[in-house]
Design a protein around this ligand. Structure first.
Ligand SMILES: NC(=O)c1ccc[n+]([C@@H]2O[C@H](COP(=O)([O-])OP(=O)(O)OC[C@H]3O[C@@H](n4cnc5c(N)ncnc54)[C@H](OP(=O)(O)O)[C@@H]3O)[C@@H](O)[C@H]2O)c1
Length: 312
């Protein structure tokens, strides 16, 4: 075997928090060959991703973040995926979730600012009110729930930090390893002939985990290469091209996976007392990312076909 010492010397190091999560799995696969990856996990690493240098950490212990980062050695970029990403959880535990979603992120961003390390914060389409879609990066944020408030708070905090950048993502779907997602849950219920309620009045621009990771990795490469147009963007949207309701998405999934669409029952947010917490339409306009980066995701039907073939 010939050892590529050149590559060992020049490879940059990226630290991914939440590398053990749903998106962390896809993003790590995307970045694996080009970068040295240090992955933080809280409960358990993804054993199969043995190319990652795994580090255990509880980012709620914000005082331990700095010593942890100091112990890792040279880092070129931090991608902050770690989060409590459930609306319900954040409503139930506002202080705890803010500690991870906002305060831990602030701590890392301050460290990056001091050490001149790039910091990429993952945010969400939910920062918008849902009344004026499709949203561009310049649109006004108006969060309806605590999860979105925490994301907005960190976005605002980072706005004047030179080293910090934000990527807003839509509803993601796919098959994770340690962390699941609504797709396998929906498939399993419908295969068991259970019914699933899906909202006809909640619109997003969903994207597969694979395509989100592909878009983010383009942004990461461009930031590390110092591409001025991407550095200037500060916030970028990555999203699918179709604005679609949860109900339409569930029907499409049934179609592609050859399952009975009659098991998907249409319902409305207001029937579940959720209209105040969940914005009606947070479809994202991702044309800036398409223009600046090589970001051109497939249609939902194409993405589902790929996911189905991977599942077999
Ligand atoms: N999934 C979506 O549809 C979606 C949409 C828009 C934006 N986002 C954003 O994208 C990012 C990634 O989301 P995801 O779906 O991959 O989330 P996820 O699957 O729920 O993963 C969350 C990650 O955070 C880690 N984590 C949780 N508590 C922690 C703690 N106290 N200390 C350190 N790490 C901790 C988890 O580690 P362990 O598993 O090891 O505990 C896991 O790796 C998040 O910022 C989320 O807000 C997600």
């Amino acid at each position: 075997m010939i050892l590529d010492t050149n590559n060992l010397i020049t490879k940059k190091t990226i630290l991914i928090t939440g590398a053990s999560g749903f998106l962390g799995f896809y993003l790590s696969l995307e970045l694996a060959t080009e970068f040295n990856l240090v992955g933080l996990y809280c409960r358990a690493p993804i054993e199969k991703l043995n190319f990652i240098q795994w580090q255990s950490s509880n980012l709620l212990e914000t005082g331990e973040i700095r010593p942890l980062l100091n112990s890792i050695g040279k880092i070129d970029m931090i991608i902050n995926l770690a989060a409590y990403a459930s609306i319900d959880f954040c409503e139930k535990f506002p202080a705890l979730s803010r500690r991870l979603n906002t305060l831990a992120a602030q701590e890392m961003a301050n460290y990056c600012e001091e050490k001149e390390i790039l910091f990429l914060q993952i945010s969400s389409d939910l920062v918008f009110s849902g009344a004026d879609a499709a949203y561009t990066e310049d649109d006004f944020c108006h969060p309806l729930n605590r999860y979105a408030q925490q994301k907005c708070e960190i976005e605002n905090y980072l706005s004047d930090k030179k080293q910090s950048f934000v990527s807003r993502l839509p509803l993601l779907y796919g098959f994770g390893l340690n962390h699941s997602n609504f797709l396998p849950i929906l498939l399993s219920k419908i295969k068991n002939n259970e019914t699933v309620e899906a909202f006809v009045d909640e619109f997003r621009t969903p994207l597969s985990g694979m395509s989100a990771a592909a878009g983010l990795s383009e942004q990461i490469r461009a930031l590390l290469a110092g591409k001025s147009s991407v550095l200037a963007a500060k916030i970028l949207h990555f999203a699918g091209k179709e604005s679609i309701s949860r109900y339409q998405l569930a029907k499409k999934i049934c179609e592609e996976f050859a399952l009975n669409p009659k098991n998907v029952i249409p319902t409305k947010l207001k029937n579940h007392n959720l209209a105040k917490l969940r914005p009606a339409d947070v479809s994202l306009d991702a044309s800036l990312a398409q223009q600046l980066l090589n970001f051109n995701p497939p249609t939902i039907a194409q993405e589902l076909k790929i996911l189905k073939s991977q599942q077999l």
